[in-house]
Design a protein around this ligand. Sequence first.
Ligand SMILES: *Cc1c(COP(=O)(O)O)cnc(C)c1O
Length: 736
Amino acid sequence: MHTLYKDSNSPRIEPQELISSNPFGTFFGVSQAVLDQVWGQLTHENGNSVAYISMEIGADPDVCNPVKDLLGDLPVADISDPQLLSFIEKLRKGPEKIPNYSGGLGVLAGDTLKSFADCHIPVAAVSLFYRHGYFSQYVDSLLGQISQQVSWKPEKTHGLYLLQDPDHPDQPLTIDVPFINEHNQDSLAQAQVWMKMEISQQLDFFVPEFLLDFHLPGSPELIKKAARQLYNAESTIIKAVQRRMLGTGILPLLDTLGLTAKTIHLNEQHGVSVVLQLISQELRQELNGQSLTSATDQQILAAADRVAQHVVYTIHTPVKAGHDRFDKGMYAGISRSSCQHLLNLLARDDDSPHSYNFTTLAMQVNRATNSVSRLHRDVTRKQFPQFAHKISAITNGVHHPTWISNNRARVFDDFEELRNWRHDPGVMRQSEQLKDQPRFRNRLLQAWQDDTSRLYHLVNQMLMEHRNQRQKTWIDPPNFYSSLIDTHNRLTPDTFTIGFARRFSTYKRADLIFDDMDTLCEILIENNWPVNFLFAGKAHPADEPGKTLIKMILDSQEELYRKSRGLANLIFIPNYDMKLAKIMVAGVHAWLNSPKRPLEASGTSGMKAALNGVPNISIMDGWWVEGYHEGATGWKFGHEGPVEEACLSEDPSTLLYKEDSAAFYQLLPEILAGFYTGSSPELFLDKAAMNLALNIPIFNTHRMTAEYLQRYRLSLPREQEKIMLRHSSCYDSNRQ
Ligand SMILES: *Cc1c(COP(=O)(O)O)cnc(C)c1O
């Protein structure tokens, strides 16, 4: 039998020892001792743990999988135990995607949970399980985005387990969730529970994600529909039911599993209906058996204040579409009258007396409201002045071991000063001293070039495939360049490459830099500068303006190519996901973000680029206000008005296309001259080293976790407290 070592000074691990079980199932990836320890913490009567609630969690195993890293090349022939063999087969050959996320919010949740695991913070996450995931994106140059239902096989996916009923181990565990039936009578909805484990890099801790699966044969049709797809927008009632499934499922889940978390962290307001249940519980005790409808307003407000002591809330966007509001009449059809009484008091909507506003509810019932960057804190205080005293900033981060490319990681590993970067991202500050060492610069440059080649290999292969498919299928390839590409004519990695990938929505202005094609092309032609723009991203299937933006990107390709006399290419890579994100952020020469300030509350894809040393070119919005460091790490452009005068509208007339695109054209020659003239690659290497030194210590989820701990009121062992203090000492998000 092979013995494995996680790293040179950790204890050896036998693969057999990675199988563990408890009354809810048999799991793979951590030892029995680790399973027992974590489960013991989460079910301990002292309640010293957190329930983390998120509508979506993005943690695809193909970008981060500590178990696979360890067992990757274990010869199968050596394994005699059939159970171990089946776990390893699943790990090697099973699906590597869990399509339960749509974008930044979900990926942030996944990154956060991975850091909780690495830092040994006792947390259990709760989310929903979507039978049809989000959607797969196909792109046709004439039709634009085509959304296709994803088919995925959770049963065959490594690291995902359907929990079993401890009393009937051959049957799945089900929980009963209070609901209302179509006759407005109390009823119960059933859910099964999937568990995904976010396992620490050392395999010595994990954070369970409990995914509630309401799509059962006996479920009512409305619930089945709401359980099928993340952000199903077929109707507002389905949307409301989906939110309720998450919020109302939390307490029955915790109860059934015996989880004792005293703090609930709402990652966005989607699951906020849990506070209605908690307030009802409080009132029931107080009213001593009397009906809840007899509660007075004072009693309700006092109960809400008590419940608030247990809730921490993170708000992620100032954009209206991110704040759920539901018509009161519609909501009456899916809730009890006592619940409506609570909502009338706690979920007022300033804009409409006929709606409930669930952001107001979440704002009202918490002990700490967190925004996701400093600028977003100021915007949120302006948006919700009555709650300004509770609102503070914890700037987002990303899970650095997930997002730093293997090539970059090898460089960091080879320099003594940086070697501990996986566990202590603060050590990367020392890249500033390494910046002028030729060996460091050469290694960094080589890693960057290797990542760029990898990206170009993928892009050229895709373009060729699309060209060939055109002859076989009805799909018109989404790239004009597919009509030009052949074995001699390819896109080349020495061309300056700008990356842009994120959800397509109006305020992100994906088409901003193509607003004045003539000016853009003049700059390129005058200097004979070739440029490739690589774009990717999905629009929500119901977001028509978002889909129009994708179509406009496709429609610009040929014009850009011709007007620039072939110097510029705009390529769209379909079906953006975490894996593609990881390849793009590491491979491009600069990462672009062009939202309308201040609507990008944080943004995280730019952080992923920065962690690889790739400079950002960005509007001064979200995290970039904090990551720009006077130009040491990249470039800024566009409008920078004060928050007091900020306009939060997404109306086309307020989107500042003219002003901000002109600012981009003014900046572009400086960047391109830096790349193509004598100072290259030195200028870019300087910026790369400064990104490692200044931005890795800040924009990682270990530091973010350490700041959230100050809101969680957990008690941790002294040693661990010290480690977390080291992470949080790298930064203070809440500084003015
Ligand atoms: C990081 C990431 C996002 C978020 O990008 P933003 O810049 O925050 O908009 C969205 N989708 C995927 C797949 C990602 O990896």
